[in-house]
Design a protein around this ligand. Structure first.
Ligand code: B12
Ligand code: SF4
Length: 540
């Protein structure tokens, strides 16, 4: 049984400016398959290697796999569909499988626009994919496909979704296999070292209206910190990793396990060999204010704080309460602990105005994070906020749903003005930082890291890749009239996408919130903490 996994060749000028990143899904799926005896697995990273379609065709033709598996987030969906169309031509006998967040929710639309896809794996892939591969290997495909949970496929004119599979309860039973990757390709630009994206926790106990992640992963689970440290050790020893980010939504919410993970890194001396970063929430930083120095000692050098602007912009739909002081204090605490802090703002909802954009800049400058990001609000169709604002969404060209393209046209300004306002914020923030802050921040690691980040920004700006500015023909305020986002307006959304799974996830979340009497808020705010387990004291 030969399996080919392909990461589609999609690019957008956001996170990619910091480097080329390895795909975690490949390591986790391949590891689980290998444990079940399926070892003939090949990986083609069309994204990192910028592989043109003809070359991909040739590779697949030469490999002649029995199964081709591809992944897709929303913006890469069309490219992923194309990968599997290429597979149909290059290795027609192979079963064509698509996984990942977009197809999980939008399977009807995907199967109708790409009828060459044989099957979609919905949700976490490890167990479902293994079942599917067994079924194919034993010659039971497609006869037995209705017996496997977590699949979607076309049957004549109908689209069938089998019962949703449960989430992976035994995360520790997954042994990721990172050896399939060509490691010299994955470099984190700010430090010039190899980078990995291991996954310690899945899910998020919050239910923010603009976010799809809590719905995708459903319940919150954390791996055994020792097993995660084993994985980091392998990544460092065998693949020479110098930096990693945790793929998790909320790695710190289970404080006990997070502390144990940090301790494990320290005990094994890994903190001197590898630095790392996470996304987390302001409330966790507050809660752990006394532990920040210990986290830093464990090698945590970069914290990205999510969506504070949601509150600041008074986006009632996200979170009414403003927590300016808390955000500012969390940033101060992190900087005091010598941890780089990145503030994430979401801008570009229909009620954005030049004044609210300016407000975010003033806030960023007042809070003084080391880095600031202004992401364009993106109306994932499977979020609850989408249901509220869908009448105002005109663009369904999902290839532009990438945090850097204005999908919504605010009432107070056109999209080009919105982009220009965001660029003005970036220009002011980073030019002042470059002149007055970064060069003078000590002489050691901090200074090197900040200058490295600046280098990544400048490089992407110079190549016109930042925010896809080249593609949109943006050259500065004077070029606003010529800006063109090249939306494919013929793309529409298929009706009746929101079905069984989403409704069930919504119901479960609401029931949980009611039961716990919790107020559910956006990333930056929120008072829903995990029940506190007795946290061990970190070693001095
Ligand atoms: C790491 C990461 C990246 C890396 C990607 C590295 C890589 N090569 O994969 C970088 C930094 C480059 C990146 C960039 C972007 N990202 Co990103 N990223 C993440 C992050 C933090 C973790 C993803 C991850 O590795 N998870 C762990 C793995 C194990 O999970 P997984 O990929 O979902 O795979 C599981 C299942 O989906 C399924 N599965 C997936 N694929 C397949 C395939 C098959 C065949 C099967 C059977 C199953 C299967 O099984 C897997 C195991 O359970 C997520 C947020 C999050 N916490 O998840 C955002 C996230 C995926 N990113 C997102 C976005 C929008 C982007 C950008 C467009 C932003 C930008 N402009 O920079 C770009 C696009 C880049 C590109 N060219 O594709 C969004 C996608 C939302 C959506 N609805 O589509 C997310 C969810 C963030 C968010 N808050 O909304 N990202
Ligand atoms: S806190 Fe909110 S925005 Fe952050 S991952 Fe959880 S649900 Fe999504």
């Amino acid at each position: 049984m030969r399996i080919a996994l392909v990461h589609p060749n999609y690019h957008s000028g956001g996170a990619e400016i910091a480097g080329s990143w390895p795909p975690a899904w490949v390591a986790y799926l391949a590891g689980h398959l290998k444990d079940a005896g399926f070892t003939d697995i090949h990986f083609i990273d069309a994204m990192t290697n910028n592989i043109p379609d003809e070359d991909l065709h040739a590779r697949l033709k030469q490999l002649q796999p029995d199964v081709v598996g591809c992944t897709a987030i929303t913006p890469s969906i069309y490219v992923a569909e194309q990968v599997l169309q290429i597979a149909k031509d290059a290795c027609p006998k192979a079963v064509r499988v698509l996984g990942g967040i977009h197809a999980t929710f939008m399977y009807k639309q995907v199967l109708s626009e790409a009828p060459w896809i044989d099957v979609i794996v919905r949700g976490e892939g490890e167990e479902i994919f293994r079942e599917l591969i067994r079924c194919i290997d034993e010659g039971r495909w497609p006869h037995d496909r209705r017996k496997i949970k977590g699949l979607a496929f076309a049957e004549g004119e109908r689209f069938v979704a089998t019962q949703a599979a449960s989430t992976v309860k035994e995360l520790d039973a997954i042994n990721p296999d990172w050896s399939l990757l060509e490691w010299s390709k994955y470099i984190y630009v700010p430090l010039g070292v190899r980078v990995a994206i291991p996954n310690m926790a899945r899910g998020c106990p919050f239910t923010c209206s603009f976010c799809s992640q809590w719905k995708f992963w459903r319940d919150y689970r954390v791996r055994d910190p020792k097993k995660v440290a084993d994985e980091i050790e392998t990544l460092v020893d065998e693949h020479d990793i110098g930096f990693f980010i945790l793929a998790d939504e909320e790695p710190t919410i289970n404080r006990k396990k997070f502390i144990a993970f940090c301790q494990e890194l320290i005990d094994r001396g890994l903190n001197h060999k590898v630095k790392w970063g996470i996304n987390t929430r302001v409330t966790d930083i507050y809660r752990d204010r006394k532990l920040l120095a210990f986290y830093r000692e464990a090698g945590l050098v970069h914290v990205s704080l999510g969506t504070e602007a949601a509150a600041q912009l008074k986006l009632d739909r996200f979170n009414k309460e403003t927590k300016v002081e808390e955000n500012k204090e969390a940033i101060r605490l992190l900087r005091e602990a010598d941890i780089f802090v990145e503030a994430q703002f979401i801008v570009g909802l229909d009620n954005e105005t030049p004044e609210t954009l300016e407000e975010t800049f003033q806030m960023a400058w007042d809070w003084q994070p080391d880095l600031a990001n202004w992401a364009m609000y993106t109306p994932w169709p499977f979020t609850s906020l989408f249901a509220e604002i869908k009448d105002k969404v005109e663009i369904f060209d999902f290839s532009k749903y990438n945090f850097v393209t204005p999908i919504m046209a605010p009432e107070a300004m056109d999209r080009a003005t919105l982009l220009d306002g965001v660029m003005k914020n970036y220009r002011r923030f980073y030019s002042r930082k470059a002149l007055f802050h970064y060069p003078w921040r000590g002489t050691g690691f901090r200074r090197r890291y900040l200058l490295g980040c600046l280098k990544a920004f400048l490089k992407a700006g110079f190549q016109r890749k930042f925010y896809d500015l080249g593609k949109a023909n943006y050259w500065g305020p004077q070029s606003k009239k010529g800006v063109n986002f090249n939306f494919d307006r013929t793309r529409t959304i298929a009706p009746a996408q929101m079905d069984d799974w989403e409704a069930a996830a919504d119901r479960a979340a609401k029931a949980r919130a009611l039961k716990e009497g919790a107020t559910v808020k956006a990333c930056g705010g929120g008072d829903l903490q995990m029940a506190e387990e007795a946290a061990p004291a970190p070693s001095p």
